[in-house]
Write a protein that binds this ligand. Structure first.
Ligand code: ARG
Length: 616
């Protein structure tokens, strides 16, 4: 395809095309009797075609010869020569890639994209709304269960990870062409309601509730929590609490009773629950608006209550669950392993029961191919047991759905312990965002050119972007140390640096008075001739590959790492080549490359849920 052809996304990424050619080469290798390659092993083998470690050698590199050589009884390098020979003549290869050179090292097959193919692809990406990112060949229906806080207590720093990672994954999977269903599985039926119902009757203040319902509920929640959990030491240290505890000696037990009454359908408790819920929801909705996070559904735990009895009966009827000391559980690993409890001895249902009912409902109504649970790694055992029970339950559709616990680590403070306020309380999500924005505001304080309201808007985007990005750029499975200072640095892999990179690209176009729409309509041919230009174009064209990799392991940090590299490639290009002062046709080609870089950076940030600003 040349730059002048009709617009349209290329057939897969470069990596897809190269992997297909490698697959062909490996099949012929087997057919020629050089080395046995099972069809089933092909995906794993072509997966070893990746970005070359060093651009000096090529753009991609295939490393499968090393693994295959042993079984074939050949030297890896000799086998690599055999593969490369067949690769060169694989259908479609030569249109896109230069002939592979001699394998290097122990048997790396390095491949370089032909300059014409690169130019055509980057010119097509410039014209493409999807920026050259192909859609998945087989779209799936993917449910993303994320955020899912327990309401009636204030959202805290622990909720940020599920919310931010889940939202980014939902956006990325959707952009890849999957049908994504997001569901906020609220904890809206738990013991915290027993606490506020009990506490409201004793300490509730109507006027305070009318003025600020969530503040009043939060006050009651914290008070009852301290009372119910009070240790002798805590009581000794706090005379006020001790006095309260004396007045309410049965608090802990009574709180549980209120929860049980709510669950049994007690009219008074139900009506209090109905009264409190809107206030709880308003509070978290406000946070989601600020975070720019949306859900298709809000099917919380309460929604599934009518089904729980039926779930337990069904599990009993199928002989999957049985009684043990009054409780009912599913015994998954013999009698010694802990059972998956679905009903307590007092008749109460559990988190597990709700999650089983939820799976059944989702399978029936959404027919998903995958369900992702973006939840703290400490719930690992719960999900293992849940998935195993669901499988044995044999629900319609369970055999084709993939259930995944997308686990993440803990947010830590400087001291390496879970992030807390100085007083030792958990950090509220709202105050966390406020502080991020305050600090971002301080950064822009010197910018006289910005109006106050505009400064506030910029600070909101930069401050919240910083918090999100700091989370997303971590390997999600490890803990990470929260630091406002680090996340707001203008250098390094931070949102501020990325947002600044976007503003810098825009600055070039502004300075030249470039009409972006006209530039885009003119669909110029981008000719990346200089190595710096070529490196930038190639990095842009990896966008689709990176998103594929994010999907494979549910790792948004691969996207942040790539964005950082892309910004680095842009700096290399910008620092070493004239743009506005270049002669034509280089000038237009480079301006188009700038514009494309800006659009790709913005899109990448958007897929992470991070906004950009015009100047900062
Ligand atoms: N509400 C739970 C919590 O805060 C998380 C729920 C996650 N989703 C689920 N389907 N279990 O720990």
């Amino acid at each position: 395809m040349t730059a002048g052809d009709a617009p349209g996304p290329p057939a897969g990424t470069f990596r897809d095309r190269l992997r297909a050619a490698f697959a062909h080469a490996l099949r012929t290798l087997a057919a020629d009797g050089v080395c046995a390659v099972a069809e089933a092993d092909l995906p794993g083998l072509v997966d070893q075609v990746r970005e070359a470690a060093d651009a000096k050698f090529g753009d991609y590199s295939g490393t499968m010869a090393m693994g295959l050589a042993k079984a074939a009884g050949k030297k890896p390098r000799d086998l690599a020569v055999e593969i490369a020979k067949r690769l060169a003549v694989a259908p479609g290869y030569a249109d896109t890639f230069a002939p592979p050179g001699d394998p290097v090292g122990p048997g790396f097959i390095n491949v370089r994209i032909r300059d014409e193919a690169l130019a055509a692809a980057v010119s097509a990406a410039f014209r493409d709304e999807r920026l050259g990112v192909p859609r998945v060949a087989d779209p799936e229906t993917i449910v993303v269960d994320f955020s899912s806080p327990n309401v009636a207590k204030p959202m805290h720093v622990g909720h940020i990870r599920s919310t931010v990672i889940g939202d980014a994954l939902a956006r990325i999977l959707g952009f890849r062409g999957h049908r994504v269903v997001t569901d906020n599985h609220l904890g809206d039926w738990g013991t915290q309601f027993g606490m506020i119902i009990w506490g409201w009757r004793r300490f509730g203040d109507e006027a305070a509730f009318a003025a600020d319902p969530t503040a009043e509920l939060g006050r009651i929640y914290r008070l009852v929590r301290r009372l119910a959990d009070a240790t002798p030491e805590a009581l000794a240290a706090d005379p006020e609490l001790a006095a309260l505890a004396e007045q309410h000696p049965g608090a802990a037990r009574e709180v549980l009773l209120e929860t049980a009454k709510l669950h049994e359908g007690d009219a008074e408790n139900r009506s209090l629950w109905e009264r409190f819920m809107p206030a709880c929801l308003a509070d978290i909705e406000k946070l989601y608006r600020r975070l720019d996070v949306r859900f298709d559904h809000w099917l919380g735990e309460s929604f599934f209550q009518p089904f729980l009895g039926g779930v337990v009966d069904d599990l009993l009827g199928r002989g999957l669950a049985r009684e043990s000391r009054g409780a009912i559980g599913v015994f998954l690993g013999g009698d010694d392993a802990p059972p998956f409890l679905v009903r307590k001895a007092d008749g109460a249902f559990l988190y597990a029961t709700t999650d089983l009912a939820t799976i059944r409902w989702r399978l029936e109504h959404w027919r998903p191919d995958r369900i992702l649970y973006v939840v703290d790694h400490r719930q690992g055992q719960h999900f293992e047991q849940l998935f195993e029970t669901a499988k044995r339950w044999g629900l319609p559709g369970i055999d084709r759905v993939q259930l995944v616990h997308v686990a993440f680590g803990t947010v830590l403070g400087d001291d390496g312990k879970p992030f807390k306020t100085r007083a030792g309380d958990t950090v509220g999500l709202e105050s966390l965002l406020d502080e991020g924005v305050q600090r971002a505001l301080a950064l822009t304080a010197g910018d006289e050119g910005l109006e106050a309201s505009e400064r506030q808007r910029v600070a909101e985007t930069v401050g919240i972007g910083a918090i999100k990005y700091a989370d997303l750029c971590q390997n999600r499975t490890t803990d990470y140390v929260f630091s406002y200072d680090k996340m707001l640095e203008l250098k390094g892999n931070t949102a501020a640096y990325m947002q600044y990179a976007v503003a810098r690209v825009e600055g070039v176009l502004d300075k030249g008075g470039i009409d972006r729409e006209a530039l885009r309509r003119s669909a110029p041919a981008i000719q990346p001739a200089d190595p710096k230009e070529r490196a930038l174009a190639l990095e842009i064209l990896r966008f689709g590959e990176v998103l594929e990799d994010v999907e494979t392991d549910y790792r948004p940090n691969l996207l942040t790492a790539w964005l950082f590299d892309l910004a680095g490639c842009y700096s290399g290009f910008y620092d070493s080549l004239p743009i506005l002062k270049a002669p034509e046709p280089e000038r237009t080609s480079r301006l188009a490359l700038c514009d494309l870089t800006g659009r790709v950076l913005r899109k990448g940030l958007e897929l992470l849920g991070i906004g950009t600003v015009r100047s900062m």
